[in-house]
Each structure stands twice: as structure tokens, then as C-alpha cells.
Design a binder for this molecule. Structure first.
Ligand code: ZN
Length: 428
């Protein structure tokens, strides 16, 4: 096994020159592109990448690094051995040195595949030719929607992989964000007014690997129980991490917001979230943004292995008692499900991601909480809920349960435990 992989790496190194040469030869002449990309390792690409364009994903057998440079977008793939893959997955995003540790692991990796993504970028002529077509035409032509919208100017954020575009539609009557608003259904009959190139889309790092799961388009097809209960008494069900369909997501940091060492992870981390939960979250985000509230992903899916690391780190830094009160025991964190999302907010151009500072932002969080149910989320750890949930108030922790259940839970004003009739004495 080991030998085979080493052989594959050697073979890849031998073939590298040919691969890179091919990368430079397939340019489309309509957009300015680099003639070739003279990098042999991920580290070399990291040196030249334009920072705000970087996306990456770790697969079981590959590391994918996507970036832009002088108007050209590149996707590099590097093979991973089991050991390298495990080392990358074991990294803790909460670790202050996460970036440095990740770089140390991926920088030496040899590039085994290089793609010039501009070949897949639609030219201005092609974009102009879309004016007058319908949303239906776009969806039939492989465009995807569900990344958010702004109903005020009828702009929908759509993707034609691997790039994202803002598609503005003509509305006969203004659309309303009703409870059962369905973005795809809404745009089907509408005519395209303009299409603007935005940059890399969410699926830019999607590649086919030997271990890649088949993609299911069906909303209901995820095969997981959206009402799963994971808490101190209810461990993550066996096999969950194999079944749940996680997708990668990154934050778009608003212009003018300065990041520092403590919060730059918000711009660089790739967050993993269950597919339908992410789609709902993007819609919630867009809805809030229209009201001037900027909410970002702060922490999402965490593997049981990462939770174990987090636990021991907190224990070392803050002691056992503090850790027991703030960190879920590995296997008991709702973040293992991929359905839990911790957010942070941007206020007056400043990131607010400190727990106490967020608790102090009562007005902003009240507005956010009021919208949760309509997008299928519940506030998982409400005020005064500790006796039942075992956790102090966490205004930032949302759990996706689907719209019907979320509305029912909100209407009843209960916790998930109460709703599921699974109240036992919470461990302290
Ligand atoms: Zn959380």
C-alpha cells in the first residue's frame, strides 16, 4: 500500500513537467491569462497566490488548492498518502497555529494536476448572450442557485462551476421572501437582465477523487435524520460521519473589514457544513444582509478526532472545570453532525467573535434569532436552558432541523430535548 503510493508520487513527479506544460497550452485567448504556471509544489503556489482568491479542500487522497493570479484562476491537485491525509484532518481549526501547521503539511506537496480554470470562465460575449433568457434556461444549462439573493434589486447569486456570477432578473412584481420561498422556483419564469462575473464559486475545489461520494441533487436524499439528538447523554449515532453529506464553504469578508491574527481564520478557513443546512444558512445570511446585518461562519462541522484535540487543548490552557463547562465531550458535540453552525457578526466594520461580546449584542442577535425558524434553524442553547441542554446561553450556535420542525420548536418555545421528549437530568 505504502509502496504503491510512493511509486505513484514518483511517477507523478516524473510527469509533472508535461502536465504543467499542458496547463499553459489550453488557454482561451479571450481573457488575459498567464502563459503557464511554473510551480511544482503547493508551497510555490502559496507564494504567488492572490490572498483573497484562495480556496482549498482536503480529500481523503488529495489536497486541492485553488487561487487567482493576475486574472487567471488555477486549480492544483496534490496526492495525499493516508498519513498526510490523517495529519491534515487532525489539525484543529481552533488552534492559533492552524495556518502555520497546515502550511507546513501542504507546502512540500508535489503538484500532480494543474488546471487553468479560465477555460471554464464564460466570456463577456457568452454572458451578454444570456440576457433575455429565463431562469429556467439557466438551470437547465447547468447553472446552480441557492447561494443567496437580494430581492430588492432581484439579484441572485448563481454558479456555473467553478465560477460564481450575480444574475439580475427582471421582476414583473417584486418577489417577497415568504416562509416557503423557493429560490429556484422563483427564478424559473423570470428573464435575465444582466450577468456579472463574481469570482470563484463554492464548488471551485470540487474534484473527483477515488473516494468522492456520488453527488445527490435531491434535497430529501441526504439519508440523515435532521432531528438527530446529540448531547451529553446521546452520542453521535454510529456511521453518521460516513453518511452525512458535507460541503465546503468559505466566508466573504465585507470590504473594509480588517482582520488580525486572531480572526484571519474567518477568511482563510474552509468550513464544512451539511449540504442542506448550508443552503439554508446562505439564504438566511442574504436575508439578514438585506437588513444590514453581516453574519459569518465561525465554526461548523468538527470531527470527533478534532473535538478530542480541542478538549485537551482547553484542559491544558484553562483547566478541567472550565473545559467541562465550555467544551463538549468528544462524541457529544452537536458540531459532529454537520448541522450545527456557530456564527460571528460584523458591526461597524469590526468582527465580533468573542463570546461575551456577542452575548452583549442583544439587538443584533434578537433580529437574527427572529429569522432562524423560517430557514430551518433553531437557537440550540437558549437563555435559561442550561438545566435541560447542559449548556449556558449561546446566541451564536444554530442547529438546522428543517423548516417544519424549527417553526414548531420556536412556536412551542422549547429546547430540542423537550421537543423530542428526551429530557433527562443534564450532566453538570
Ligand atoms: Zn457551537
Amino acid at each position: 500500500m505504502r509502496t504503491k503510493q510512493l511509486f505513484a508520487l514518483l511517477l507523478a513527479a516524473v510527469c509533472l513537467c508535461a502536465v504543467l506544460a499542458a496547463c499553459g497550452n489550453r488557454n482561451t485567448p479571450t481573457t488575459p491569462v498567464a502563459d503557464s504556471l511554473n510551480v511544482t509544489t503547493i508551497g510555490e503556489a502559496m507564494e504567488i497566490a492572490e490572498e483573497d482568491t484562495v480556496q482549498f479542500s482536503t480529500y481523503e487522497n488529495a489536497f486541492v488548492y485553488v487561487f487567482g493570479k493576475d486574472g487567471t484562476y488555477w486549480r492544483l491537485t496534490a496526492d495525499l498518502t493516508d498519513e498526510q491525509s490523517e495529519a491534515l484532518w487532525a489539525l484543529d481549526v481552533f488552534d492559533e497555529e492552524y495556518d502555520a501547521k497546515q502550511k507546513e503539511l501542504v507546502a512540500p506537496l508535489a503538484v500532480t494536476k494543474c488546471e487553468n480554470l479560465n477555460e471554464m470562465k464564460l466570456t463577456d460575449e457568452e454572458l451578454n448572450a444570456l440576457v433575455g433568457k429565463t431562469g429556467e434556461d439557466l438551470l437547465n444549462d447547468g447553472w446552480t442557485s441557492g447561494m443567496g439573493y437580494n430581492l430588492d434589486d432581484m439579484a441572485f447569486f448563481m454558479e456555473k462551476a467553478p465560477f460564481a456570477y450575480t444574475v439580475t432578473f427582471e421582476a414583473k412584481e417584486k418577489l417577497e421572501n415568504t416562509d416557503d420561498f423557493d429560490e429556484q422556483e422563483a427564478i424559473r419564469p423570470l428573464k435575465v437582465v444582466s450577468v456579472k462575473f463574481d469570482g470563484l464559486g463554492n464548488s471551485a475545489t470540487d474534484i473527483q477523487t477515488d473516494d468522492a461520494e456520488p453527488v445527490e441533487d435531491d434535497m430529501e436524499g441526504s439519508g440523515i435524520d435532521y432531528l438527530v439528538l446529540v448531547n451529553k447523554e446521546h452520542l453521535l449515532p454510529d456511521g453518521w460521519e460516513d453518511t452525512v453529506e458535507l460541503v465546503d464553504a468559505q466566508n466573504t469578508i465585507p470590504e473594509g473589514v480588517e482582520l488580525n491574527k486572531d480572526n484571519e481564520y474567518l477568511a482563510t478557513d474552509v468550513f464544512r457544513v451539511e449540504k442542506n443546512a448550508l443552503e439554508a444558512f446562505r439564504a438566511l445570511q442574504a436575508d439578514l444582509e438585506a437588513e444590514g446585518i453581516v453574519m459569518l461562519l465561525d465554526s461548523t462541522y468538527r470531527s470527533v478526532a478534532r473535538q478530542e484535540e480541542l478538549w485537551s487543548e482547553f484542559e491544558q490552557k484553562h483547566g478541567l472545570e472550565y473545559t467541562q463547562n465550555t467544551v463538549a465531550v468528544p462524541g457529544t458535540s452537536e458540531h459532529h453532525t454537520g448541522l450545527a453552525i456557530d456564527v460571528c457578526i460584523v458591526k461597524d466594520g469590526k468582527i465580533i467573535n468573542d463570546n461575551n461580546e456577542m452575548i452583549a449584542e442583544r439587538d443584533i442577535f434578537a433580529k437574527i434569532h427572529a429569522k432562524l425558524a423560517d430557514y430551518g434553524f433553531i437557537l440550540r442553547f437558549p437563555e435559561d436552558g442550561k438545566e435541560i441542554t447542559g449548556f449556558d446561553y449561546e446566541p451564536w450556535h444554530f442547529r438546522y432541523v428543517g423548516v417544519d420542525a424549527a417553526r414548531e420548536i420556536a412556536a412551542q418555545g422549547v429546547t430540542l430535548e423537550e421537543y423530542l421528549g428526551a429530557v433527562t437530568e443534564a450532566a453538570s
